[in-house]
Design a protein around this ligand. Structure first.
Ligand SMILES: [Zn+2]
Ligand SMILES: [Zn+2]
Length: 344
């Protein structure tokens, strides 16, 4: 990796962080306007929650192994290095749920970029809580692939030494974490408290938030895989970063996505061109082009805002200003970017 470490919004003394905030607001504004070309102000409010409102904050948008990826020196990955050097990196896909008034914070997926990406939670209350070693009211894990849980490793003695925190996941995932080192050590020490939740039923987290787990088909070598639906005081958000294919799901994909207000969905690959020699049958993710076809009517009818995330390092949608990003915007979809906020 080249260049200086990322400069993030909390580092207000950095001239780059101001630049970062401005650019983010600008970029997410563009994305929102593109997503709702004939929309009213109420649609614009979707990505700009007012101060104090419960919201989701995008902490990362890349596939498990990050952007750039290890040992990858293509022009695209080198652009990823430039983004880090300029203080506007892409991190591995994750969101935080933030309740500013109640000062409650949740993390959804613990990625290899956890140390840097939680700095995007630009709230003094969060930093106070981190100093007290209890930054989160709970941590959610979608599944047992490295980009989604390996960030737990810095929550123990070597790192923050986190105090007792609920770990919300499926029963199988709870069993996996509780019985395999080094995660088991965090459980045995009482830092992580596995809290399994059954599928398809609302589970209340606190006064403002509920969650539901939707099982999704994925490569389940160690445990199973879910998408989380979060329901806040006014809106619902689906976080579903990995699925083998929309047609393999036991839910009607368009119907499921139309039932929420915002859906952050698996956008690992753009097209088969990225995977020379591979067939659709052994590609473990939908293509963005298929995803846009699957959910075009949902977007056109303004039933949900569809936000594309979990982007592989081969995906040309990572090229800022490129034709793929223009196509995503033209079709009314949103490409996820770190710092975007969605009211809940
Ligand atoms: Zn993944
Ligand atoms: Zn996965």
């Amino acid at each position: 990796m080249t260049g200086s470490p990322p400069r993030l919004p909390g580092q207000q003394e950095s001239p780059f962080s101001t630049q970062l905030m401005d650019r983010r607001t600008f970029v997410s504004g563009l994305a929102t306007v593109a997503a709702f070309p004939a929309s009213s102000l109420s649609a614009l409010a979707r990505t700009f929650p007012a101060a104090g409102e419960v919201h989701a904050l995008v902490l990362g948008t890349a596939q498990d192994a990050g952007f750039p990826q290890i040992g990858c020196y293509t022009d695209r990955c080198n652009y990823g290095r430039e983004l880090w050097a300029e203080g506007r990196p892409r991190f591995v896909s994750s969101i935080a749920l933030i309740e500013p008034d109640a000062q409650r914070f949740y993390l959804v997926d613990a990625t290899p970029d956890i140390t840097h990406q939680i700095d995007l939670i630009d709230d003094d209350g969060f930093r106070r809580r981190a100093a007290e070693r209890r930054p989160f009211d709970g941590i959610f894990l979608t599944h047992a692939h490295i980009g989604h849980y390996s960030g737990l490793d810095v929550l123990g003695n070597e790192g923050i030494g986190m105090a007792e925190t609920p770990l919300f996941c499926t029963p199988r995932m709870a069993e996996f974490i509780s019985s395999n080192q080094p995660w088991r050590f965090l459980v045995d020490q009482g830092r992580l408290v596995p809290t399994p939740i059954p599928f398809d039923t609302w589970h209340r987290l606190d006064d403002n938030l509920e969650v539901q787990l939707w099982k999704v088909p994925h490569r389940d070598e160690f445990a199973d895989t879910v998408g989380f639906v979060f329901r806040g005081p006014s809106r619902t958000l689906l976080f579903l970063p990995d699925i083998n294919g929309w047609h393999l799901w036991d839910k009607d994909a368009a119907e499921a996505v139309a039932s929420v207000d915002v859906a952050l969905l698996d956008a690992s690959f753009w097209s088969m061109d990225e995977m020379p020699g591979r067939s659709m049958d052994d590609l473990p993710h939908p293509l963005i082009l298929q995803t846009m076809d699957t959910f075009q009517s949902v977007v056109d009818d303004r039933l949900a805002e569809v936000v594309l995330t979990h982007i592989n390092n081969s995906n040309p949608a990572l090229d800022d200003g490129g034709p793929q990003q223009a196509e995503i915007a033209r079709r009314g979809f949103t490409l996820a970017r770190e710092g975007m906020r969605f009211e809940l």
